[in-house]
Design a binder for this molecule. Sequence first.
Ligand SMILES: Cc1ncc(C[n+]2csc(CCOP(=O)(O)OP(=O)(O)O)c2C)c(N)n1
Ligand SMILES: [Mg+2]
Length: 578
Amino acid sequence: MKKMTKINAGVAMVKVFEAWGIDHIYGIPGGSFNSTMDALYQERESVRYIQVRHEEAGALAAAADAKLTGKVGAVFGSAGPGATHLINGLYDAQMDNVPVVALLGQVASSSMNYNDFQEMNENPMFADVSIYNRTVMSPESLPHVVDEAIKAAYKFRGVAVVTIPVDFGFKEIEAQEIATAKNHKTEVILPNEADLKAALPYFEQAKKPVLYIGQGVFGGFPAIKKFSEFFSMPVAASVLAKGIVPDMYKNFLGFAGRVATKPANEALAEADLIVFVGSDFPFGRRFFNPKANFVQVDIDSSKFGRRHNTDVSVLGDGITALNQWVTLGTERPADQWLAANQENIVRWHAWRHHFDTNQQAPLRPEPIFKEINRIAEPNAIFVSDVGNVTINSIRHLDMTGEQRFTTSGWFATMGNGVPGGIAAQLSFPDRQVFTLSGDGGFAMQMQDILTQVKYQLPIINIVFSNDSFGFIEAEQEDTEQKKFGVFLEGADFGKVGEALGAKGYTITRYEDLTPAFDAAKTSNGPVVIDIKIENARPLPVEELKLDPEKFSAAEIAAFKEKYQVQEMPTLRELLKGN
Ligand SMILES: Cc1ncc(C[n+]2csc(CCOP(=O)(O)OP(=O)(O)O)c2C)c(N)n1
Ligand SMILES: [Mg+2]
């Protein structure tokens, strides 16, 4: 009888990763994870272990990998504290609907349920964040469970968690083909023609239509442009969709909500039709005209009607829907609505660019973004942290269409910047990577500059230091409460970067910006540029006090003075041909 070949169960599991094209995994070892560490060592040529300095950084990086590549991201944590540290990054993946696999260490199977050292019943804690959450029950099933986990992460676009008792990975099992990667199919649901046609009368009747896109139409700029121009609809986007449409495209109005632009907010509040494609924008009921007709396209039927009462729902691929509508529909000629919106965005860009050479100290953000835009390569990747810095990033990064942008979208966890940069640079080693963080967010994960140094990742990390949790300070202003708990101890983050092994710059003066950015552009290792900025709130486009029908002349004048708004007519005024 032929003898069966044996293989180490941990190695067999890592080979499943390899079969699925997972080429790196983040984590920190622990006693309960040693069998997998040994397997990762043996398989180091095919799956690269990336040592992070905090498991949360690893989980945030895995989520960012998935957001940027569409492929499953991978991370691990050892039993107990290593595992619990993962939770923020995993929620980030869940909320932004991307596939991540998390391996959790566990004490040996013979010690489980004896209240062993670091033993924790991990399943309940990870139940809510995951779409798959299993503890491996035998060495033989270890590679199989991981294969199931990866499939589930792809199918449900979420987090799959596998808890591994440490002894299983050291055992020998029968060698056989286990990974099902070669059978994997991703389905594209094609929209049904009757649904598409049901939307056409709405397009024909609309006087003030807007196309709103989310991350579901990634790669779809040609279809978006064709649709927008055929039906004369201006375009707005979710924050996670930044970069899909080049920022300077003439029909592109920017973003809605608070992390937003004036033209997009005004258009969506005024619209009589919103065509909402591939998005789950959570603030529709607050920022969209509640009376607008609403046509929604999504591949996930659970999203229909969630953010606005919906007249027509189209189940299927967004890009296909946009293309087909152009074939099925009747052209809507350009009109005053489109012209006024185009004028609104032209004026918006002119307003913000007029601060580009402002030399005040502490600095305004615009001169910094002028430098970023200047040195950014045509296919650079930007990872924005969470705070006022997100508002400034989406407004002032003038992206080309080839460049990429990501952030922690709907979970909006601070600290995603530095880890996201690591992911971007590992997944795209040939592209230039920037991280943009506030002083609050940076301090949450700055230890992982060490990881950037260890792997010599030439990431340009920019810190916008305003000595404040600025985004929350603004909220406290809105609710007219005492500003409390928001002011921060300043630090010299350039020196922090240097102490951690990166190149560091701390900038307080306008004239020092260009030399630092020039040096960053050619650096072959990580750079931290800390820039001291004025603690001033970005223009609150969610609470504009510019409309003479709603505010007194004195209120408008005070608002314009505070935010240095000069020529900024409202969309309504532009529509009247002001
Ligand atoms: C982990 C986490 N804690 C708290 C918050 C709430 N929060 C949102 S923005 C923000 C302030 C961010 O401050 P900073 O990083 O300095 O950026 P700034 O707003 O000043 O640009 C806070 C505390 C959050 N989103 N994530
Ligand atoms: Mg801050």
